[in-house]
Design a protein around this ligand. Structure first.
Ligand SMILES: [Zn+2]
Length: 313
């Protein structure tokens, strides 16, 4: 008789601007992922608080799975500039962190191996896995969050490029309004095609995108004309980002995620409408069938934390 050994599980942490969220997952050979436990803490400012809070969420998860599974590793998805080899992170603006040795500090605090990854890349892994995209060789994940960025997966592995800049397409400066961007340039796609941009451009609803699309579709809305104009600006910028991915990466699937993706079908319809218009004018673009490759990320799942768990060593 074998003695009963609990299975190994993976911990995944998603560092957000307001919350540190985490999951404990077990993976199956067929690719399925089961969530055993979730936990979270409010995010605090500063380097020491960040390390403490991440370790505290790991402790919460360990307690939650105690007796059912044995945590084997920790993956962390975080904003900022991530060096995946060292686990060092710099410039986490929302949490007032200049630099932090997040990987080694959390490993020391928890005694588990830690892998740190960019938050959009982690969400890309989580979204691709939870959508069940096993037969897609190249997957692009477009994150419509506070900013605009993408993660690229090739045969399930992240493309990091030479200096972890792959997917920073929100800072391609081609948007016609030439609004200033936090990066110092003007006209970045992020200044029109991100959640942060829509919050700025449509301050009448919260969250803004569903209200913007409703007002643009309703000729009796008192702000109808403004809504039509703003919707066009936002949708064009997002579709420019989609075209960049389609033409530069040629993915099997483009998954749209991030907070704005919770708008759901009305957002997907708006994007597909703009993409169909572009295709109607160009046999070349039409041949790429870009609207057919667009998917919404699965709603109501902590994709960033799940993906972080899956990048762990
Ligand atoms: Zn920029």
């Amino acid at each position: 008789m074998h003695s009963h050994t609990p299975p190994a599980c993976l911990l995944g942490i998603d560092v957000g601007g307001t919350t540190i969220g985490g999951v404990a997952v077990v993976t199956h050979p067929d690719g399925a992922v089961d969530i055993l436990a979730t936990g979270e803490r409010p995010a605090r400012q500063g380097r020491d608080a960040l390390v403490e809070d991440v370790a505290a969420v790991c402790d919460i998860l360990r307690d939650a799975v105690d007796g059912r599974a044995v945590p084997r590793s920790i993956g962390i998805g975080t904003p900022g500039k991530v060096d995946v080899a060292s686990g060092n992170v710099s410039d986490i603006a929302n949490l007032s962190v200049d630099t932090v040795a997040l990987g080694s500090d959390v490993a020391r605090r928890t005694g588990l191996p830690v892998q740190v990854e960019n938050d959009v890349n982690a969400a890309a892994i989580g979204a691709a896995r939870m959508l069940g995209t096993a037969d897609a060789h190249v997957v692009a994940f477009l994150n419509l969050g506070t900013g605009l960025a993408a993660g690229i997966l090739r045969d399930g592995r992240l493309d990091h490029g030479a200096r972890h800049t792959v997917g920073e397409i929100g800072h391609i400066p081609v948007e016609r309004h030439r609004w200033p961007c936090g990066c110092g340039q003007r006209g970045c796609l992020e200044t029109a095609g991100s959640g942060g941009a829509v919050t700025r451009l449509w301050p009448y609803d919260s969250p803004p995108m569903p209200g913007l699309l409703r007002a643009a579709a309703d000729a009796r809305s008192p702000r109808h004309a403004e809504a039509v104009d703003t919707k066009r600006t936002v949708v064009r910028a997002i579709c420019d980002a989609i075209d960049v991915l389609a033409l530069a990466v040629d993915p099997d699937l483009i998954i749209v995620g991030g907070g704005m993706a919770r708008t759901g079908q009305p957002l997907l319809d708006a994007l597909r409408g703009e993409l169909h218009d572009r295709a109607s004018a160009s046999p070349f673009i039409r041949s790429l069938a870009i609207p057919d490759h667009l998917r919404l990320a699965p709603d109501a799942l902590p994709l960033g934390a799940i993906g972080a768990a899956l990048v762990a060593p």
